[in-house]
Ligand binder design. Structure first.
Ligand code: ATP
Length: 349
């Protein structure tokens, strides 16, 4: 099996050979395909890719929230050495909320509209701690303060609809960190928020992570978010990791054509005043993923077939920087080739 990283016994999360398949009619199709990754304490690992790349399927399998009637989860998901995939529902419930905290995109759906904020945070403490009523309330107020909610005493008695989107997301973060989890899964935590609030929430997440030393797996389609908080980045395409590196290396020396296309399509990347790059085509549906060849090849048809590997694998191109398929050696943007042709330089060295 490929190993994308040096696996450390100190890791919070070690995923080995994870395949998550959904049942469509009577067949199972992998949305996450033989994926390996590691999250260390004290780091934010961003998982990035367009919609449909398998990011949520990955997050839900770590949290063990898949509907197993329609989903098959294979491989190992080692949380501090324990394989979550082999635990009973009761055992998982003990870990979820205590050892693993979760923050999702839409706090309004995740929060109970009929329960006060204070009680919702206390519920988590009820389940996982033996604190007295007084201690619980004190801890909730402390948590509300730590996520920078003004006037925690008032907010304790308020209901979700009385808070702004940003404040609700802060409450979700307070719930997620209530039991000081070793791992936080944040699935598009700022996507529903406007840009200023996004930035504040990301700062908060980073600050809490530094204070608590937990590992965060941050799922996002937004490279701006990645640039702001991630330490390491995994780029996913059609269920596979196509590139991984530390955040500086990934932004400075992106290699895989998909990563380069994502970066070129990022607002702010058009430094020369040129229009933003648009990645042609779409992520294939599960039944249409070309599973034995480079999965991104159909979206860069101007790169010749021979440039791609059969059954492409991850190679370490520099320490800690992994890229799938040899096509990155030959990649150029389509309009670059046209520009060169117009200037009579195509093919020139
Ligand atoms: N319950 C399901 N049944 C069948 N197919 C599914 C199911 N959930 C997701 N898929 C498919 O699996 C693939 C990966 O979906 P997933 O939601 O994990 O992607 P994503 O990268 O998180 O995208 P998004 O950001 O839109 O959620 C997609 O092709 C999606 O249509």
């Amino acid at each position: 099996m490929e190993e994308a990283y040096t696996l450390s016994s100190e890791s919070v999360l070690e995923i080995k050979g994870l395949t998550v398949s959904f049942r469509i009619k009577d067949e199972y199709y992998p949305a996450v395909d033989h994926l390996d990754l590691t999250v260390n304490p004290n780091e934010v690992l961003a998982v990035v890719g367009e919609s449909g790349c398998g990011k949520s399927a990955l997050a839900l399998s770590i949290a063990q929230l898949h509907d197993l009637e329609r989903t098959r989860v294979q491989g190992q998901i080692l949380f501090k050495g324990t394989d979550l995939n082999r635990l009973s529902t009761g055992q998982i419930n003990k870990i979820r909320g205590a050892g693993i905290g979760m923050i999702f995109q839409d706090p309004l759906t995740a929060l109970n509209p009929l329960m006060s904020i204070g009680k919702q945070i206390e519920e988590n403490l009820d389940y996982h701690t033996a604190l007295s009523t007084k201690q619980k309330k004190a801890r909730v107020l402390e948590l509300l303060e730590s996520v920078d909610i003004p006037n925690p005493v008032r907010v304790y008695d308020q209901y979700p609809h009385e808070l702004s989107g940003g404040m609700r997301q802060r409450v979700m973060i307070a719930i997620a960190i209530a039991c000081r989890p070793a791992l936080i899964i944040a699935d598009e935590p700022t996507t529903a928020l406007d840009v200023t609030i996004q930035s504040q929430i990301l700062d908060l997440l980073k600050q809490l992570q530094q204070e608590t030393g937990s590992g965060i797996i941050l799922i996002t389609h937004d490279l701006g978010v990645v640039a702001e908080v991630a330490d390491r980045v995994v780029v996913m395409y059609a269920g596979e990791i196509v590139e991984s590196a530390n955040v500086f290396e990934l932004f400075r020396q992106p290699q895989h054509p998909y990563t380069r296309s994502l970066l070129a399509s990022m607002p702010g990347s058009d430094t020369k005043g040129e229009p933003l790059h648009v990645i042609g085509g779409i992520v294939p549906s599960l039944q249409n993923i070309p599973r034995n060849s480079c999965r991104f090849a159909p979206r860069i048809p101007w790169i010749q077939h021979e440039a791609h590997e059969d059954h492409p694998h991850l190679s370490e191109v520099s320490p800690g920087h992994w890229v799938r398929c040899t096509c990155y050696h030959h990649f150029h943007f389509e309009d670059e080739a046209k520009g060169e042709a117009a200037h009579g330089t195509a093919g020139a060295k």
